[in-house]
Design a protein around this ligand. Structure first.
Ligand SMILES: [Fe+2]
Length: 259
């Protein structure tokens, strides 16, 4: 039987519950997504959150997020984005992440699959970086279970998505990461956030999926940041023990109350 997992990304939560990012109340859109997850996907075996948790990088924002995700706590796994404070994240979610060389990562198993989460934050920068020591950790994790189908989550895309301004803020040390993946064919795909829209990219033997934000949406194929009017969303995966899987994005229309 397939293991269902859910990914949400780019929450951009702020301590002020009514705060807006580019005209979007990120607390309200996250709440709408969580309402749908509670209604339709509460039996999922994991909730993976792939970064940009706290737009204002305040400790109280992480505390508010922990309250919002309380019902998911045993199933919750998180990694940082570029908008993050690693110390506050691990102070509030210390039981949900593993600290490796000052990075907040996770390595988990469900339904015969391994789920690995990487920390691609480069403090002070929008672009991402994994670094050699984290790649060494990943190499050991992959070598430990070479036969188990595996998915690797990270915030920054390691493949170009075809939108110039976003491709400049991708994972800057993508090449050695992709080299490492090429040596471990049990990695079925990588899954990212950061670009605030849905995308599927195949390059060489690497499959990369990206997922819409729970907050503001970016229009693809633009030369600068332009907001898209599509609603927020999340991604679900059904992982089969034989290494096959199905995935789709679910959109959550936001009801504003003024009809
Ligand atoms: Fe983001």
């Amino acid at each position: 039987m397939a293991a269902r997992i859910v990914q949400i990304t780019d929450l951009h939560l702020m301590a002020d519950p009514s705060a807006e990012l580019k005209g979007v109340c990120t607390r309200a859109t996250l709440q709408a997504v969580l309402d749908v997850l509670r209604r339709d996907f509460s039996s999922s075996e994991r909730l993976i959150v792939t970064g940009d948790l706290a737009h204002d990088e305040l400790r109280e924002t992480y505390e508010a997020l922990r309250d919002l995700l309380a019902e998911w706590m045993p199933k919750l796994r998180l990694i940082p984005g570029n908008h993050e404070n690693r110390d506050f994240m691990r102070q509030v979610f210390g039981d949900r992440v593993t600290v490796v060389d000052d990075r907040n990562v996770f390595a988990d198993s469900v339904g015969g699959w391994r789920l690995i989460g990487l920390d691609s934050q480069l403090p002070g920068e929008v672009r991402g970086q994994l670094g050699e020591s984290q790649r060494d950790w990943l190499a050991r994790e992959l070598a430990a279970e070479p036969l188990r189908p595996t998915v690797v989550f990270l915030h920054h895309p390691p493949l170009k998505v075809g939108t110039g301004w976003l491709d400049e803020i991708w994972l800057e040390d993508a090449d050695p990461f992709l080299d490492l993946l090429s040596q471990h064919r049990q990695v079925k795909f990588v899954c990212c956030g950061h670009i605030h829209h849905e995308m599927t990219v195949v390059q060489a033997n690497t499959l990369m999926l990206t997922t819409p934000a729970t907050s503001v949406q970016f229009l693809p194929d633009t030369d600068r940041l332009i907001l898209d009017s599509v609603p927020p969303g999340f991604r679900i995966f059904d992982l089969e023990p034989d290494g096959s899987f199905r995935t789709r994005v679910v959109r959550v229309p936001i009801v504003t109350g003024d009809s």
